[in-house]
Design a protein around this ligand. Structure first.
Ligand code: UD1
Length: 337
């Protein structure tokens, strides 16, 4: 019998790629999303890619009666929780909205899961929980905290809530996946990231600059203590990331308790290396200028990957060139969707 996996926030960038993997592997998928930062036609694209259509509910996951109705309608075996706001700058402007939404969706979800005796949960966490006091490579046993913005704090707080919930209920099976910098898109060109307005993150800014939507990329700082002076990040292809979720689902099926696991490649790439690779593999210019540092940015951020290998038997496979190629293909397709 196939397993039914519920994806709150599953119409977004990462959730949609996880849905594609799960549907392809034969899992039954149920998505709930308020479409505040996603488009409803993602469900059609998933059907186009996989030949199978997920069940879809347009609801606010913090709306308990609406969420209860979804759990009543499906025999849910496991949950992968993506429902949250994720714009770092916006979280500084609207902290209360971020805490209300990101904690609210999680708390309602935990209550409704408990009421329906659902014990498996994978949470969409972030490398941001390592804050500014730790140093790369980040290992999962480092202390959480020292986050530079409310978005980051919501991830750290939710991890704590989940840890406490696991102490109280030894039957719970929770994995917090700490993503590094997800980029790229599905190779079909049918799903990818759809940033609202001017992108904050590097890769969508690069693709929009290459496409002529933005005039020039601002490279935030070239005086960091790194080989070329620009920031270093652990970019990970979203399809590799999605496969990490499937591996985590196999893990939670067998293990109780709480775990945090990094999903990164373990390799650092500088901002300028990414720009140069993008321009060369796609044969398209990416005009840029050097700008002042962005506040809250770290010089270097990359993952220790041993725990993911050991517990999940998973590691990232795609190269930075793959990420650049697939991001560009998506930029060109998404104009036409
Ligand atoms: C940020 C958040 C992280 C969040 C992630 C979502 C912080 C400290 N981190 O990561 O919590 O999970 O986004 O993907 O806020 N850059 C430029 N020009 C640009 C945009 C970015 O030079 O126009 C540089 C940045 O200075 C940085 C690198 O590119 O060195 C990556 O930036 P970005 O894509 O925004 O991700 P992070 O800041 O690493």
């Amino acid at each position: 019998m196939s397993k039914t996996v519920f994806l709150p926030g599953g119409a977004g960038f990462i959730g949609s790629h996880v849905a594609a993997e799960l549907l392809t592997l034969g899992y039954d998928v149920v998505i709930a999303d308020d479409l505040s930062n996603a488009r409803g036609d993602v469900i059609d694209r998933l059907e186009q890619i996989t030949g199978r259509r997920p069940a879809f509910y347009r609801i606010d996951v913090a709306d308990r009666p609406a969420l209860t109705a979804v759990f009543d309608a499906h025999a849910i075996d496991a949950v992968i929780h993506f429902a949250g706001f994720k714009a770092v700058g916006e979280s500084v402007e609207k902290p209360v909205a971020y805490y209300r939404n990101n904690l609210g969706t999680t708390l309602t979800l935990l209550e409704v899961m408990a009421a329906h005796n659902v014990k498996e949960l994978i949470f969409s966490s972030s490398a941001t929980v390592y804050g500014v006091e730790n140093e790369a490579p980040y290992t999962e046993d480092m202390p959480r905290g020292g986050c530079t913005n409310p978005y980051g704090w919501t991830k750290a707080m939710i991890e704590q809530i989940l840890e406490d919930a696991c102490v109280a209920d030894p039957a719970l099976r929770v994995v917090c996946l700490r993503y590094f910098n997800p980029v790229g898109a599905h190779e079909s060109g049918l799903i990818g990231e759809l940033p609202n307005g001017i992108p904050n993150n590097l890769m969508p800014y690069i693709t929009q600059t290459a496409a002529g939507v933005r005039k020039e990329l601002a490279v935030f700082g070239n005086d960091y203590p790194t080989p070329d002076g620009t920031g270093v990040r652990d970019f990970i292809h979203v399809v590799d990331l999605a496969k990490g979720h499937v591996a985590a689902l196999c893990y939670t099926a067998k293990h109780t308790g709480w775990e945090a696991i990094n999903l990164g490649t373990g390799r650092g790439t500088s901002v300028l290396e990414l720009v140069d690779t993008f321009a060369s593999v796609n044969a398209v210019p990416v005009p840029y200028h050097i700008a002042p540092r962005r506040s809250g940015d770290l010089a270097v951020c990359y993952a220790a990957t041993d725990k993911a290998k050991r517990l999940l038997g998973w590691q990232a496979e795609k190269t930075v060139a793959d990420m650049c190629r697939d991001s560009w293909r998506w930029q060109q397709h998404s104009d036409k969707l």
